[in-house]
Write a protein that binds this ligand. Structure first.
Ligand code: NI
Ligand code: MN
Length: 225
């Protein structure tokens, strides 16, 4: 399993030749100007919630690639009404896709579309394939994360660390304890003023708890071990 960071909360995940995009917000992120959305491959697009900074490029990429949009019921119906492919889920449910098993899990956040219409409830994803990863989405620290630690043996957890709209670094350290995974990829930071962080300080805080905080450059990939 290979994970590529496309800036903000946008990820590319490659599993056995299948390409999964998560929360594509690239054309609106000036820090991700090096990424051309017309070049991105997608068999699936996983969407955690309906906020602009998670869905901006979903429609264009799904239209071009025919990718299946996987999200909560309300978000998927929104895209199906635009003629796009979708697979609706809701919290606590799992589905076996051709690349692996996906569970849509709880997040504490909000989820309106940019025009204010209802975007269902926000979530995160656990993906079980050759490796098992948890993508938290935009969320506060929540005790529900302990369930993920009980039910899954995670190889990587992807957590928001930018604070203000989501948990910050201190809570992300607690979240990594709850999900029982010390291998953390941070995201949802530095894109705009409210979520700028001191990266060396954040890494040092994780180091002091004998955990590893990985921060990828935009366009950089890592193999999940
Ligand atoms: Ni959000
Ligand atoms: Mn967000």
């Amino acid at each position: 399993m290979k994970v590529t960071f496309y800036g903000h909360a946008s990820l590319g995940i490659e599993i056995n030749g299948k390409h999964i995009l998560v929360d594509p917000f690239i054309s609106g992120n000036e820090k991700a100007a090096s990424i051309d959305i017309d070049e991105l491959r997608a068999d699936y697009i996983l969407v955690t919630h309906a906020h602009q900074d998670h869905i901006l490029d979903v429609e264009a990429i799904a239209k071009r690639t025919g990718a299946v949009i996987v999200s909560n019921y309300e978000i998927v119906v929104h895209y199906q009404n635009l003629g796009l492919n979708g697979h609706p889920m809701n919290h606590g449910g799992s589905w076996q896709f051709d690349f692996g098993r996906v569970k849509y899990v709880n997040a504490i956040h909000t989820s309106s579309f940019p025009d204010g219409t209802y975007g269902g409830q926000p979530g995160g994803f656990v993906i079980e394939a050759d490796k098992t990863i948890y993508i938290a989405g935009d969320t506060a620290l929540t005790y529900d994360m302990k369930l993920i630690g009980k039910q899954f043996d995670l190889d990587l957890v992807i957590l928001p660390i930018g604070d203000n709209f989501t948990m910050g670094v201190e809570d992300a350290i607690i979240a990594s304890n709850y999900v029982k995974c010390d291998n953390v990829l941070g995201y949802h930071y530095d894109t705009f003023g409210y979520i700028e962080i001191d990266k060396p300080k954040a890494k040092a805080k994780f180091d002091s708890q004998l955990k590893s905080l990985k921060l990828l450059n935009i366009g950089e990939s890592m193999m999940v071990k």
